[in-house]
Design a protein around this ligand. Sequence first.
Ligand code: UGA
Length: 367
Amino acid sequence: LDAKDAIRNADAVFIAVGTPSRRGDGHADLSYVYAAAKEIAEHMDGFTVVVTKSTVPVGTGDEVEEIIRKTNPNAKFAVVSNPEFLREGAAISDFKRPDRVVVGTDNEEARERMRELYRPLFINETPILFTERRTSELIKYAANAFLAVKITFINEMADLCEKVGANVQDVSKGIGLDNRIGKKFLHAGPGYGGSCFPKDTLALTKTANDHGSPVRIVDTVVQVNEARKKAMADRVIKAMGGSVKGKTIGVLGLAFKPNTDDMRDAPSLDIIPALQAAGARVKAYDPESMHEAGKILAGVDFCDGPYHAVDGADAMVLITEWDQFRALDFDRVKKLLKSPVVVDLRNVYQPSDMQRRGFNYTSVGRP
Ligand code: UGA
């Protein structure tokens, strides 16, 4: 089927296009959503449920409805908000086993179609929450912003742990075992990145300001996270004795997280140029993202594997916790490194183990 036939024959059409940050002001760019709405309006036939899966600011459903009505005044339709909560690299399992499905509409027939569509998940007892459309739109931003708050909170706790001699991993466990807090998204690291949290937290603050109801916690999280990504290079420089001028650094992991080649807002994009600006030569390896990284990062020597990246380097810096980096042969790493300095920005290795092996080891928020 081409798009036209697909739309004509459909009971429900899903809009799942991206909503990147608009250049200049950080609002979500809705041009792709609106273009899709127009195309759907031109071809829809019979009662059609138009489902917005894209992450869109509150009120976008009203706009989509308006565009469809203007383009095709005779169309019979309902616009539904059905945000997606899939993670990159885990989308299929997240889709099959979601924590919940959120459906925002006050149209009874649309609700029934959505219920029917998600019936296989219903059988798995996935909760399906029916809400007003605007509420559903806000739930998506609130969820991403809350997760960003959790990460940023534990990152600041990690900094505090370093000052007071506490262990952030145990703090995470100690608070996460409280069901009211929950243990997920409490891993301290170099700051969150990716195509969602940075864009969505920013867009939420913009919407909130536009409505005269600022979300100050999220505002602060955006700032703290930006500053954190930048501060990571200083942490590396400190671990290397205060200067990296003329030194070589072997970086493991470039993508914003493992199991993706996505480099959008990846912490590596702040860390590597700052190290280069301080006079370091950077060698790097990532199992998936080197092709993408090569388009954005200048002057990096991309390597064939982790051992190649650390060969002859003055330090190894782990930025993304790919599984293959968890099981490195550290005797080999030690032989290859010029000096045994390891900076682990994801707390993958055990400090006592690394010390025993004779590494000068720095991680995040652990003694
Ligand atoms: C995120 C949400 O988790 C999904 O639920 C949502 O559907 C998606 O955005 C979206 O809006 O489309 P994603 O961006 O794929 O998914 O990545 P996450 O796994 O959430 O990780 C985001 C960032 O937070 C990464 O940089 C990761 O390293 C960091 N993170 C995550 C931490 O630093 N600590 C943690 O404990 C968890």
